[in-house]
Design a protein around this ligand. Structure first.
Ligand code: PEP
Ligand code: MN
Length: 352
C-alpha cells in the first residue's frame, strides 16, 4: 500500500474546536494521575496526557514511573472515558503502550530529532493503524527533520497522525523556555494543509503566566488545538513545576479563549512578517550577548591597565566583517555604518 503523503494527511477525529489535550507533565502516583484526570474531565477536557517515561536533559531528575504508570492510564480511560496519551521514545515503550491500549502516542522533541529512533518506532507501529501518533517538533529548528519524522510514521501505514509545536532549544537567556520560531510550524502547515497541528504553550513558555497569552496567540495563528500541562498541585510537581497550571486555572484560560475563523495563516504577507519578527528577535538577542561580552572585556582591560580602544583591533574587525558581509551580499556602506554603531556602543559600555 502506498503511504500517505504529508500533504494528504486528514485532520484527527478527536472532538473539540480547538482540540485540547491536558494533563500533568508526569504521572507521579496513581492518585495524582486520577485526581488530575477527574478534575480535567469535569472542566470538559476529552483527551488526557501524562508522561511515564521522561526524557531528562540531564541525569538525576525524575525519570518517570515507567511501565508502572500504564495501569493508571488505563484506569483514567475506563473511569473517565477520556482518550489517553503518553510519550514514547523507544521500541519497548511503544510495545508496552500499544499492549496497554493507550490511544495516542507522542514522540518528544528529543526523539523526533533522531531519525534512527523514529525509524525503529515506525517499524514497531507497522500494522497498528488504530493508534494515533503525534510528533513534536525536534529540539533543533529543522523543518525537514520534523517532516521526515512525520513521514516515517506515515510510511508505517499510520494515518492518524498530527504534529505538536513546542518550540526550539537555543543558547542563552530568553523570554521563553523554547524559542517558538513560528515560521517553522507555518511552513509545516503549507506542506500539510489539513493535518492537525497543535501548539504546546507550556513547553514553549516554560512559565505559568505565559500559558494563556501563548494559547490565544496559537489559536490566532491557526493552530488546531493545544497541549497544556495541568497538575492539581503544580508547585509540588516532580517535573516542569513552573509551567504547570491547575485544572481550574486551565478552565479560566479555556473559557477566555477567543476562537476566530479565517485567520491569515496562509497569507503570504503575514508569513513574511513573522519571519521578520523572528529575525529581529534573534538580532536583539545577539546584540545583547555581544554587549555582555564587551562589558567583560572592559573589566579585563581595566584590571590589566589596557586602553579601551585599540586601533589595530578595530581596523582588523572592520575589514574582517566587511569581507564576510560581501560574501553574504550585504551592502558595504550599510554594514560599515552598523559595525561603527556597534563598536561605538561597545566602547561606551566598556568605559562605564
Ligand atoms: C513533555 O511533554 O512533558 C515533554 C517532555 O515534552 P518535550 O518533548 O516537548 O520536551
Ligand atoms: Mn513537561
Amino acid at each position: 500500500m502506498a503511504s500517505v503523503l504529508l500533504h494528504d494527511i486528514e485532520p484527527l477525529p478527536f472532538a473539540g474546536e480547538p482540540l485540547i489535550i491536558a494533563g500533568p507533565c508526569s504521572a507521579e502516583t496513581e492518585q495524582q494521575t486520577l485526581d488530575a484526570a477527574m478534575a480535567l474531565r469535569q472542566i470538559g477536557v476529552n483527551v488526557f496526557r501524562a508522561g511515564i517515561w521522561k526524557p531528562r536533559t540531564v541525569p538525576g531528575g525524575f525519570e518517570g514511573v515507567g511501565d508502572r504508570g500504564l495501569p493508571w492510564l488505563q484506569r483514567v480511560k475506563s473511569e473517565t472515558g477520556m482518550a489517553v496519551a503518553t510519550e514514547v521514545a523507544t521500541v519497548e515503550h511503544v510495545r508496552a503502550a500499544l499492549d496497554a491500549g493507550i490511544d495516542i502516542l507522542w514522540m518528544g522533541a528529543r526523539t523526533s530529532a533522531n531519525p534512527f529512533a523514529m525509524q525503529d518506532i515506525a517499524d514497531v507501529l507497522h500494522g497498528h493503524d488504530d493508534v494515533t501518533v503525534l510528533v513534536k517538533n525536534p529540539v533543533n529548528p529543522d523543518l525537514e527533520l520534523w517532516m521526515g519524522a512525520l513521514q516515517r510514521i506515515l510510511n508505517a501505514g499510520i494515518t492518524r497522525v498530527g504534529a505538536v509545536h513546542r518550540g526550539f532549544s537555543s543558547a542563552g537567556e530568553h523570554l521563553y523556555r523554547n524559542d517558538p520560531q513560528w515560521h517553522i510550524p507555518f511552513e509545516l502547515r503549507r506542506h500539510a494543509p489539513k493535518m492537525t497541528i497543535l501548539c504546546d504553550p507550556s513547553h514553549i513558555g516554560g512559565k505559568r503566566s505565559f500559558v494563556e497569552p501563548l494559547s490565544q496567540q496559537a489559536l490566532d495563528m491557526g493552530f488546531d488545538g493545544l497541549m497544556i500541562e495541568s497538575h492539581c498541585n503544580p508547585d509540588h510537581a516532580l517535573s516542569d513545576s513552573t509551567q504547570q497550571i491547575t485544572p481550574s486555572q486551565l478552565k479560566t484560560i479555556i473559557d477566555g479563549l477567543v476562537v476566530r475563523s479565517g485567520l491569515p495563516v496562509e497569507d503570504d504577507l503575514a508569513l513574511l512578517r513573522q519571519q521578520i519578527d523572528d529575525c529581529d528577535h534573534e538580532l536583539l538577542a545577539v546584540l545583547a550577548r555581544r554587549m555582555m561580552v564587551s562589558r567583560e572585556i572592559g573589566k579585563f582591560k581595566k584590571a590589566h591597565n589596557l586602553r579601551v580602544v585599540q586601533p589595530e583591533r578595530y581596523q582588523y574587525m572592520m575589514n574582517n566583517r566587511l569581507a564576510e558581509g560581501k560574501n553574504l551580499t550585504l551592502d558595504p556602506d550599510f554594514l560599515q555604518r552598523i559595525i561603527q554603531a556597534i563598536h561605538e556602543e561597545s566602547v561606551r559600555q566598556q568605559l562605564d
